[in-house]
Write a protein that binds this ligand. Sequence first.
Ligand code: AMP
Length: 440
Amino acid sequence: MTFASLGLSEDIVRAVTERGYTEPTPIQLQAIPVVLAGNDLLAGAQTGTGKTAGFVLPILQRLSEKLVKGPSEGRPPIRTLILTPTRELAAQVEESVQHYGKYLKLNSMVMFGGVNINPQIQRLRSRVDILVATPGRLLDHVQQKTVDLSQIQILVLDEADRMLDMGFIRDIKRVMALIPKKRQTLLFSATFSNEIKTLAETLLNQPVTIEVARRNQTAELISQKAYAVDRARKRELLTHLIKENNWFQVLVFTRTKHAANHLAENLVKDGIPSMAIHGNKSQAARTRALKEFKGGSLQVLVATDIAARGIDISELPYVVNFELPNVAEDYVHRIGRTGRAGSVGEAVSLVCIDEDKLLTAIERLTKTQLDTIVLPGFEPDPSIKAEPILNGSQRGNAPRRDGHGGRSSGKPAGATGGARPAAKPAARAPALNRTGGRNR
Ligand code: AMP
């Protein structure tokens, strides 16, 4: 199947061919005809699947088929609105619009917060066919009456699940109230949670649902492994894996900012160039770290879910869950950073006894059983009992002078941990026995 046979114009096919795309990805194969036919779409697709071209290409086609001239006294209206959760994604999507639409007579604009609003107001005075925006800044413009959304024909919600995670639901509803009811709506989401289903029901009109990159299909693009390890030995194991396998461009996730800092510092002590990304680091500092990371001089970037959300990092060869996320959906977001269209990425989770419930929740959500590996020399100590994960942090991964997580109590196996409520240690057994420690 070629792009041309999907019904895309020569000008669009030429632009994608120049990008080096020889054939459509599965999400593109399914989404493009649906959008061209004018239907609403609910698509389960993650970053790395080619989802952006999946909606941008047919939108370009539809808009260029019906080029609108402005009235003699003014400019033509904005006809497509693409909402994204982050600035980086907005910039990335608009860049794609420019690339794929380079041979068309359509104009696009990106709009996000954190920068001066005046140049945006200025830009809105000239022709904009496709507006890519984050919800907050868009509403600022609405308030200032500098943007007119009354002629929108196509609305896209990209990474809708993240928008909900980031608390944009009210903003989305406010935007909805400003755009025509008669429109085409496309909703892209990595996961189909109940909230997403509810949102889809309110926003979409008899949508076609496609689930090319559904969570349980991530395995096709991403090899997922879990290492069973004691909480206090995770860093040692990570250093071992990085050095032994010569991993570069490793994105490591922790649950807390503190753990991210602590781990990055320790990896540096182990001779591995690493940096942590903080929520409170400036955009410039993040961009710089990211540039070094992408350029290859920074071997490891340690991030929390929140910090990683705001930055454009995808298509990485390795993603490591140093700590499993508290929310299973975050696992899907995290590992979605690896594996680009067509090539395999590796997602590695370091799982200690405290995290059995989290692992089970992830396996249930992704409908995948992770291969659990016990690396010789890193066998979990059976006398260590599960400890609760409080406020996202785990004792063993925070700095401890004894360097020993929960091991220092010296109590025999089976004894409970005194004041602390013990999570069920028994839950560990199946996770370890399933694959007999075999690597895939
Ligand atoms: P996305 O999922 O939209 O973030 O795209 C992931 C990556 O796949 C981007 O780097 C795109 O340039 C690339 N890509 C998109 N479509 C194709 C295609 N048909 N063939 C090869 N690469 C593609």
